[in-house]
Ligand binder design. Structure first.
Ligand SMILES: Cc1ncc(COP(=O)(O)O)c(C=O)c1O
Length: 409
């Protein structure tokens, strides 16, 4: 645990938030390592989340590409469909052990919100999710799921009405109510101690992958690839391999072009150092230091900032960063669906695209692992709209007509 990752990280918050963060730090140090907490968390990971998730050999693509053996870490088989539940469950359980009776969280795409709402329902805490009104419109299926889990969804109308405004609204609420409320942050970023805590809840992905690949092949992989929004699934799988001779590659959202606003590439010259939302890191910024708008076909990779530990690992050269364009992502999504029977989430399909580019150039007996951080069911409205446009439009129109009839009845 540490406040800093080289020059990055820290805790840049106003005096009003410091007591709540100090209370959280104390809980992370005292409660997380306790036998009582560990045994309950591990039991829930097994019985509720469905861990361990499998490591699946992608034999057909391996044979077709003729290079490295490809393995897929099937995080998308976790309950609620993505790795987000590992961290959401951990933080909600910690809140319960701290004596809180309510959790609040921000959400953009809705995956973190759904995971928190589900964990809160399971553990009997009330739950409020802050979401920008633009995201609410784009992600109605996830809003519906959060409500089914009993969460109260607060629609944020400030600023650009997206994730950063949801974070600000949630933080304001936390200041008012921190005595009974815990704030559950969704990626390995934000003010200390969140980057450490989120990474530690997610490192189960890498720990499992390490022992699975050793058991299956008798050796470590040559390379591990993960997509990178805020960085929680990447840090989750990379942490177990940091001390090993294993190449680590993070894939950012290349969007539809290289101009500002067309992508979310913060590394390799895209972003600049800044202090935003309580921590120091790289951010996509305009010339006058405002947060730059971003684009990605995947709702979970279009964040302007990135976790501070990943910036340190980039600057030391331990983690290499690359990008995948939207069009490459859709191709990889289809390749893995048709050749391996696996539907990747669009976020994770960025990592899949990198593996498809690289595997054929690697030696035949080498091993590459890709983290499928989520499954693609949640993206149906995007993927079907892109790949099945006419039929999908007809289906949606007919469904809208059917609902019109229902409201008349
Ligand atoms: C399936 C999936 N993968 C990846 C991400 C990106 O987040 P992170 O970089 O924190 O793993 C998200 C975010 O919503 C997601 O839903």
């Amino acid at each position: 645990m540490g406040k800093w990752f080289g020059a990055y990280g820290g805790q840049y918050v106003g005096e009003v938030l410091k007591p709540a963060l100090a209370e959280l730090e104390k809980a992370v140090i005292e409660i997380l390592p306790s036998e009582k907490f560990r045994s309950e968390y591990l039991r829930l990971l097994r019985n509720f989340v469905g861990r361990p998730t499998p490591l699946c050999p992608a034999e057909n693509l391996t044979e077709e590409l003729g290079g490295a053996s490809i393995y897929v870490k099937m995080e998308g088989l976790a309950h609620t469909g993505a790795h987000k539940i590992n961290n959401a469950l951990g933080q909600v359980l910690l809140a319960k052990h701290m004596g809180k009776n309510k959790v609040i969280a921000e959400t953009g795409a809705g995956q973190h919100g759904v995971a928190v709402a589900s964990a809160a329902a399971k553990l009997g805490l009330s739950c409020e999710i802050f979401m920008g009104s633009v995201d609410v419109k784009r992600q109605q299926p996830n809003v519906f799921l959060m409500k089914q889990f009993g969460a109260d969804v607060q629609v944020v109308e400030d600023g650009t009405k997206t994730l950063k405004d949801a974070v600000n609204a949630a933080l304001k609420d936390w200041v008012r109510e921190s005595k009974r409320t815990a704030y559950v942050l969704g990626s390995a970023l934000g003010p200390y101690p969140y980057p450490d805590m989120v990474r530690d809840f997610q490192r189960v992905i890498g720990d499992e992958t390490r022992s699975q690949i050793l058991e299956m092949t008798g050796r470590l992989p040559d390379e591990v690839v993960a997509c990178c929004g805020g960085g929680s699934n990447a840090m989750g799988i990379f942490t177990a391999f940091l001390e090993d001779p294993v190449a680590l590659t993070a894939v950012e959202a290349g969007g539809f072009g290289d101009k500002p606003g067309e992508h979310a590439v913060r590394m390799n010259g895209g972003g600049q150092t800044g202090i935003i939302e309580g921590y120091k890191s790289y951010f996509l910024q305009t010339d006058d230091g405002q947060v730059q708008s971003t684009h990605s076909i995947s709702a979970g990779l279009d964040y302007a900032g990135i976790g501070p530990q990943l910036v340190q690992l980039y600057e030391t050269g331990r983690v290499k960063f690359t990008k995948a364009y939207d069009s490459e992502v859709l191709q990889a999504y289809q390749e893995f669906a048709q050749k391996e029977g696996i539907i990747f989430a669009l976020e994770s399909a960025h990592a899949a695209a990198e593996v498809l580019k690289k595997a054929s150039q690697m030696k035949k007996n080498s091993i590459i692992v890709v983290n499928m951080s989520g499954r693609g069911d949640k993206d149906l409205f995007i993927t079907a709209g892109e790949l099945y446009t006419h039929e999908w439009k007809t289906f949606l129109n007919e469904e809208a007509d059917r609902l019109k009839d229902r409201s008349v009845r």
